[in-house]
Design a protein around this ligand. Structure first.
Ligand SMILES: Nc1ncnc2c1ncn2[C@@H]1O[C@H](COP(=O)(O)OP(=O)(O)OP(=O)(O)O)[C@@H](O)[C@H]1O
Ligand SMILES: [Mg+2]
Length: 290
């Protein structure tokens, strides 16, 4: 009897599963080599506009002439397809198992679990290992060809999915932290900062979303609080990148599946986002991110 035959089937299955993971990890490494800058968008808390900021930065960066892709790593509530106007488009696969991303306005390539699942209103019930393996598959097999930027929209919090991204993409350029100026954000941003630092992921900076509402007469109203993210940035020694105003047209456009940045390029929010993209490009392309 050979030594192989004595291995019980359940152990064999585990070894096979482990081998598959190792193989996927290698594929991720190869795949990521074709992308110059990989930026994960993080927030300690949900609903702060992380997906909106990710989608808009991607459009803005593409508008600035860069080749851009977005990977929606929010497995539980993928909102990128709708926000980027590609909901319902079909993802194609090549005969050798590569996934072809869909193309959003301004040529931005998009992959999301939301494009791979049949219906929008069916809840995705994943256990931890399945959600991280879905992320690993997308990172390993999506055919981006060449990209300057890959923006990764993370689910809220600092759990398994965020850890998977940080560990799999060994040369992650950095993370952008998104917050709103409420008082609770102090604690959750601190968690996000500490998470990134523990994993040695450079922090490109912090963006404050929903900072203020500007009336037609130009007066600014700070609904949630004023200058909160700026103070947090100072406290933790990270870059404050800027503040994006509240605009009711943002949620309307997102709900309608119309990319806000493309539909309202002259709005204050889009202009701010374009400036943010320029700043981010300057930071990462000159290698001063962190
Ligand atoms: N600056 C803004 N002004 C007005 N509405 C906004 C703004 N930013 C985001 N929104 C709206 O707020 C809601 C939450 O935004 P979004 O889904 O991008 O947040 P998120 O942090 O990704 O949430 P989740 O934690 O669920 O992933 C959406 O309806 C979006 O359209
Ligand atoms: Mg989101």
């Amino acid at each position: 009897m050979s030594s192989q035959a004595r291995i019980p089937p359940e152990v064999k299955a585990r070894i096979e599963a482990f081998k598959k993971i190792r193989e996927q990890e290698k594929k991720v490494e190869e795949n990521m080599k074709k992308i110059k800058y990989k930026i994960a968008v993080l927030s300690g808390k949900g609903g702060v506009g992380k997906s909106f900021i990710t989608a808009s930065l991607a459009f803005a960066m593409s508008y600035l002439g860069r080749k851009v892709g977005v990977l929606d790593a929010d497995i539980y509530g993928p909102s990128i397809p709708k926000m980027m106007g590609v909901q319902g488009q079909s993802v194609m696969a090549t005969s050798d198992g590569r996934i072809i991303p869909v193309t959003a306005p301004l040529g931005v390539k998009v992959i999301s679990i939301g494009l791979l699942l049949p219906e929008e209103d069916v809840p995705v019930i994943w256990r931890g290992p399945l959600s991280t393996s879905a992320i690993r598959e997308m990172l390993a097999y999506t055919d981006w060809s060449e990209l300057d930027y890959l923006f990764i929209d993370l689910p809220p919090g600092t759990g398994d999915e965020q850890l998977t991204i940080a560990q799999l993409i060994k040369d992650l350029t950095g993370t952008i932290i998104v917050t709103i100026p409420s008082d609770v954000s102090r604690v959750v941003v601190a968690k996000a900062v500490n998470f990134a630092r523990k994993l040695n992921v450079p922090i490109v900076g912090i963006i404050e979303n929903m900072s203020y509402f500007e009336c037609p007469d130009g007066s600014k109203h700070y609904i949630f609080g004023e200058g909160v993210a700026k103070k947090i940035a100072e406290k933790y020694g990270i870059r404050f990148l800027g503040e994006v105003p509240i605009d009711p047209r943002i949620s309307r456009a997102n709900d309608a599946g119309e990319p806000f940045f493309v539909k309202y390029p002259d709005s204050k929010a889009s202009k701010v986002i374009l400036e943010l993209a320029k700043t981010i490009a300057e930071i990462v392309e000159q290698g001063t991110g962190g």
